[in-house]
Ligand binder design. Structure first.
Ligand code: ZN
Length: 264
């Protein structure tokens, strides 16, 4: 019963002009609780409700690459601390508002791996991220076209090429180089795109199963995709030169859940 009351209290109070300190005092006064867990529960719900309110007023338009990057880093930290908010912000009002348009603040070119969903690991709700996913986070023509569309249509200031540890596409590409087997033309097409990465690293790797070689290839492949975006898109290059856009690589670590950005 107290849980229900605390939840209701936090939902009612978010519209009032109070800060978190005043909120804690209110919890003490009304519920007589000094439990740290109770206080955290109310604070979390309070923040979630504020976030939902702000989302329902429209996704904040972000023009600055640094602010967009900071937003993703903060979201990954919430994910790491198991304090994600995205489910709480997917309210009917937010869905209704977003039906009329979107203003995503970042584009993510990520791997299709089921363990690396960008919205969850960056804790970003509906309408926040424009996501392009393909095995091995490759920057081929359809991916570049999708990204150019997002940059031109929505003015996103940030593109993140998101690879991840122990990427299956990289492992298979290594394996194909050493012991080729018959694969479908479409799968082969993907692996051919990764081939430059694994060929470059094979010469100094100790074998196809060497974890170090895979890890090196994952990072090299991320960087390779960043370069491909710049080499094959005059639109993206021009935006980067004016400072309107930043393209960064990042690696998601499956074991820890942390995203490591590869910045200059
Ligand atoms: Zn992968």
């Amino acid at each position: 019963m107290q849980l229900f009351c605390l939840s209701l209290f936090s939902r009612l109070i978010y519209t009032l002009p109070c800060n978190t300190h005043q909120l804690v005092l209110g919890v003490h006064a009304i519920f007589g609780t000094h439990s740290t867990a109770d206080i955290h529960l109310v604070l979390d719900l309070f923040v979630c409700n504020q976030e939902a309110q702000s989302l329902s007023e429209g996704i904040k338009i972000m023009n600055n690459p640094a602010d967009a990057l900071s937003q993703l880093k903060d979201g990954n930290q919430r994910f790491l601390n198991a304090r994600g908010r995205i489910l709480n912000t997917s309210t009917p009002q937010v869905r209704q508002d977003l039906a009329d348009g979107q203003n995503p603040f970042a584009v993510i070119l990520g791997c299709s791996d089921s363990r690396v969903p960008p919205e969850i690991i960056f804790d970003q709700g509906l309408g926040a991220l424009f996501v392009v996913r393909v095995a091995g986070n490759l920057a081929d023509r359809t991916q570049i076209g999708s990204i150019e569309f997002a940059i031109q249509e929505f003015g996103c200031p940030l593109v993140v090429v998101l690879g991840h540890s122990k990427c299956g596409a990289i492992k298979v590409a290594f394996s194909q180089l050493k012991n080729p087997v018959d694969l479908s033309p479409s799968v082969s097409f993907i692996l051919e795109s990764i081939r430059p990465t694994v060929e470059k690293l094979q010469s100094f790797s100790s074998g196809i199963n060497a974890e170090g070689a895979i890890a090196d290839a994952v990072r090299y492949n991320i960087q390779f995709s960043v370069e491909q975006l710049l080499v094959n898109s005059s639109i993206l290059t021009a935006k980067c030169e004016t400072g309107e856009l930043k393209i960064v690589g990042a690696e998601y670590l499956l074991e820890s859940g942390a995203v490591q950005f590869i910045e200059d």
